[in-house]
Design a protein around this ligand. Sequence first.
Ligand code: PLP
Length: 378
Amino acid sequence: MHPRLDKLLEQLDKASTQSLGYPVSFDFDYQALYPFLAYSINNAGDPFADMTYKLNTYSFERDVVEYYARLTHAPKDAWWGYVTNGGTEGNLYGLYLAREIYPQGIVYHSQDTHYSVSKNLHFLGMKNIMIRSQENGEIDYEDLRETLRVRRDVPPIIFANIGTTMTEARDDLAKIKAILDELAISKYYIHCDAALSGGYLPFIEHQNHWDFADGAHSISISGHKFIGSPIPCGIVLALKENVERISRSISYIGGRDTTVTGSRNGFSPLMLWQAIKTTGDQGLKERAEKALATAAFAVECLQQAGVAAWRNANALTVILPQPSAAIRDHWQLATANGISHLICMPNIRRVQIEALAAEIATEIEADNKAGKKEHEDD
Ligand SMILES: *Cc1c(COP(=O)(O)O)cnc(C)c1O
């Protein structure tokens, strides 16, 4: 191996032991798929249609989306989906479908929405109104109701967060639908950004209303987050009738053009398929439960160290006041507006959290001493 690659490998190895701040699982093993890297696999177009090019993994891709369609209660024979390059593409796709149905529609989303969404809205030229968030990151239903009330003439497109980026707060589709009912709004579209939470919510007990059974028209989930993969990927699911509006038959590929990009990565579906097959429902449930237990442990551990840590119900994300730049850098903690978070993905170990808590405790103690000294000097 080239020495520069050797060095990179070493750096990656080190960085991966100190990564607590981002929602990516590292506990995967896809080495069995190595032989498939020798082929120029391409899943261009619709995985449910045919293609003239035979080096594709459509059937595996279909299994993966079918799996998540079942988990998200997609209506039988009335859904469609594909494996994307990540949650962002799935969100773009959901908004695209919504725009084709309601070209004049206005998109409503909370302040805590992922940063990529405003770019997506800009691409699509969609009007949008930002709704206030509650303290925990969930959409403010009062503000949503009052904002919808004055624009009842325009079909709303609700961009719901099923786990916000910063606090993993989940907007409640039951509450949103109750507001739409109350205002007698019958034409609307609901897209769910379930990048992180959507990967594991189906495996745990929870009170959230977030999937097709609760009124979603499309759902985007990241593949490299809860499931985990060395290449970012995701799953998008949508109601079939809405996809058919945008479908075009393309003679050049001998297939249907229903996706955002042309050529598509056919390797990611293999990884997701392998993870789902080898881990299974029960294994994924255990992984989710273990990660949630780690998150509960993290809150307790940090609180004992004197840190005002908290998390939303059934969330892997633990929020704390931002520690020093040195600690944030060491543990790769994502930070915004004075708060940092760590995300207890299945690969995170308790000793790492204990080490973080100890570092912060030392810092708090040093600060207290300095504060006391300052006081004495007065
Ligand atoms: C990570 C994330 C995204 C973006 O997903 P990618 O897979 O990184 O493209 C969008 N929304 C939320 C809430 C996220 O956490």
